[in-house]
Design a binder for this molecule. Structure first.
Ligand SMILES: Cc1cc2nc3c(=O)[nH]c(=O)nc-3n(C[C@H](O)[C@H](O)[C@H](O)COP(=O)(O)O)c2cc1C
Length: 181
């Protein structure tokens, strides 16, 4: 009896951005490309998503906090990671090596583990003008992180949700890892 090949596992890390509620679009696109998906939200990000809908869609519990010692791991290890949407806060902390959320700990460790990682920042231009932001993106690029093409939108405006291409994370990761078909 031939077994179906195991699908690669994608972690989607969701930050506290106004567009986080649309993360289901990335999950759908990933499923279409034959990834299994688990979601890790930042503690603030949890408030921006419909956790029940995401868990129903992925079939896995959303993670946000560290498990207790001795508890089983709720998600399989990742073959790749997509950070979408990525906030100013999480981008700067990740680049600086700060690990005070499960999302950040996962990202900081992914570098050493060599897990292919893509980030889709969603930040307004006033925040992006802070010198730390370009330094952080440069640091992440040097670490081999694949960075999305979304350009910061004007502050105090509607934002640019219609310009945000969720599936770009999968396009960026595709050369780094090819899901088996
Ligand atoms: C309604 C709302 C929308 C927000 N959208 C964004 C956003 O799109 N990008 C961003 O960098 N910060 C945004 N913020 C600010 C972040 O939520 C805040 O910096 C938070 O601390 C980020 O936490 P995290 O990086 O751990 O997810 C928003 C805040 C609110 C209240």
């Amino acid at each position: 009896m031939s077994e179906l090949p195991k699908k690669p596992f994608l972690y989607v890390i969701v930050c506290a951005s106004g567009i986080a509620g649309d993360v289901g679009k990335l999950i759908t696109a990933a499923h279409d490309r034959r990834w299994d998906v688990g979601v890790i939200a930042t503690p603030q990000g949890l408030g921006f998503i419909d956790a029940e809908a995401v868990e129903t869609q992925t079939g896995y519990p959303i993670r946000s906090a560290w498990r207790s010692p001795g508890d089983p791991r709720p998600l399989p290890p990742p073959d790749a990671i997509a950070v979408a949407p990525a906030t100013f806060n999480t981008i700067n902390k990740w680049a600086a090596g700060i690990s005070d959320t499960l999302a950040l700990g996962t990202l900081c460790e992914a570098y050493g583990l060599g897990v292919p990682t893509a980030v889709l920042p969603y930040v307004n231009a006033a925040m992006a003008a802070h010198p730390a932001y370009s330094r952080s993106l440069e640091q992440l690029r040097e670490m081999g992180v694949l960075i999305g093409s979304y350009r910061p939108h004007p502050p105090k405006a509607e934002g640019g949700a219609d310009q945000f291409r969720w599936e770009e994370a999968l396009d960026l990761l595709a050369p780094a890892i090819s899901p088996q078909h």
